[in-house]
Design a protein around this ligand. Structure first.
Ligand SMILES: [Zn+2]
Length: 413
């Protein structure tokens, strides 16, 4: 038995389109990426549709697939986010992904991200968590990365079939949405009523909170509202690690990615220096990846910044974030043991000109021991399209890697 292993480096939202500010190149083509290109030239390349051509996926679904699940295992973003930030999640909980947001006195959303608030969200959250609402329903509320947070409704007679209060990007300047039931059940109607009440109460508490008074005094937008989306009910699901008898570690700063990893039964590593943005600690991530591969079959190491820059429509900043990703991968490759494959992937495309996820495929590459090579020399959306892996699904890519490790059963005799 060959003792082979994989480190997969994931650049969130990496895929893009040719951009006029980059001379008609994609940010990945434009960026200087000697380490990614060396992997491409020494290995095998291709393009990957996470589910199927043209279908955009969220970071949660993208990672669910990269971590070895099928799309139908998706439990909803709320439960993933709650797991990611270490909340005590119970089966039956109705869980929402939230943003701290700024609304004016007419309920108009001035900023869906409350000026991308990063400080003192824990103090704001504490003022809301533990609220008591009608019918024995308990509220748990916890901050996540930057302006994000998670809300849990726990109690009898609740449903996840309710709409979002978040008007979604790019709808700053529109009113927030009243939560509506999405089916005719009594549970959905009741949940929508309770959630609307919770959001009103939270608005009133946050509006008079000292943290927001301080923000306004400093010329910052107050985080005076909670926008909810992605309702999901926590389910029982067999972890991938248990099913495949595989030991896996995941290193990431983003709670969504950590949540999917926990769902999959993977060990997770994070640190406050892994910021989910361009100032993340790539030396620490690279060092942890090398340390973790010693005792595991598979290590995932994630970088969020390319996605953030795609959402913000900043092509030159996206280039910079990709060069940082290249540097992190270079640090890993410097110390890569001979029996370890390095795989490159992304969870979806986030083209700058769109500012949202799109269904275009992302480039993939694998280099390492006895890998079949193709003739591709550069890692990008254009060159990898001619690579030896062809255009495959996310599940095909993961199976290919599991196959290299000997985790895929032979069919027939
Ligand atoms: Zn993503």
């Amino acid at each position: 038995m060959l003792n082979r292993k994989v480190i997969m480096a994931i650049a969130d939202g990496l895929g893009d389109r040719p951009h006029p500010l980059l001379g008609g190149k994609t940010p990945l083509e434009y960026a200087r990426t000697p380490n990614l290109d060396r992997i491409a030239s020494e290995g095998i390349n291709g393009m990957m549709d996470l589910i199927a051509p043209g279908i955009p996926v969220g970071t949660d679904m993208g990672h669910l697939i990269l971590f070895g699940y099928q799309p139908h295992h998706y439990p909803g973003r709320g439960p993933i986010e709650a797991l990611g930030i270490g909340m005590n999640v119970k089966p039956g909980d109705i869980i929402f992904r939230c943003n701290f947001a700024t609304v004016n006195e007419n309920g108009i959303v001035v900023d869906r991200r409350a000026g991308r608030i990063r400080e003192k969200t824990d103090e704001l959250a504490q003022a809301i968590s533990g609220l008591e609402v009608e019918g024995g329903v308990e509220i748990e509320f916890m901050p996540a990365t930057e302006h994000r947070a998670v809300l849990i409704l726990r109690g009898p007679g609740l449903s996840d079939k309710v709409s979002d209060s978040d008007p979604k990007a790019p709808n700053d300047g529109k009113p927030y949405h009243k939560v509506e039931p999405l089916d005719s059940s009594e549970e959905a109607r009741r949940t929508a009523n309770i959630l609307n009440l919770v959001l009103e109460t939270a608005h009133s508490i946050l509006s008079s909170h000292p943290v927001n008074a301080e923000r306004i005094a400093n010329g910052k937008l107050p985080a005076n509202f909670i926008l909810t989306r992605g309702a999901g009910q926590m389910v029982d699901i067999v972890p991938v690690a248990q099913k495949l008898k595989i030991n896996v570690s995941c290193i990431a700063g983003e709670s969504t990615v950590l949540g999917v990893a926990k769902l999959a039964g993977y060990k997770t590593f994070t640190d406050s220096s892994m910021t989910g943005n361009i100032d993340t600690d790539i030396e620490l991530k690279a060092r942890l990846a090398i340390e973790e591969i010693a005792d595991n079959d598979f290590v995932y190491v994630h970088m969020k910044a390319p996605d953030v820059k795609g959402h913000d429509n900043e092509p030159h900043e996206k280039v910079r974030s990709i060069e940082l990703f290249d540097h992190m991968v270079g640090l890993i490759c410097q110390q890569l043991p001979e029996n370890v494959y390095i795989a490159l992937a992304a969870d979806h495309s986030t083209p700058c000109e769109v500012g949202e996820h799109t269904g275009e495929p992302v480039p993939i590459a694998i280099a390492g021991p006895s890998i079949r090579r193709d003739r591709i020399l550069q890692y990008n959306e254009i060159d990898c399209a001619e690579g030896g892996l062809g255009n495959i699904s996310g599940s095909d890519f993961v199976r290919t890697l599991h196959g290299l490790l000997g985790f895929v059963k032979k069919q027939g005799n």
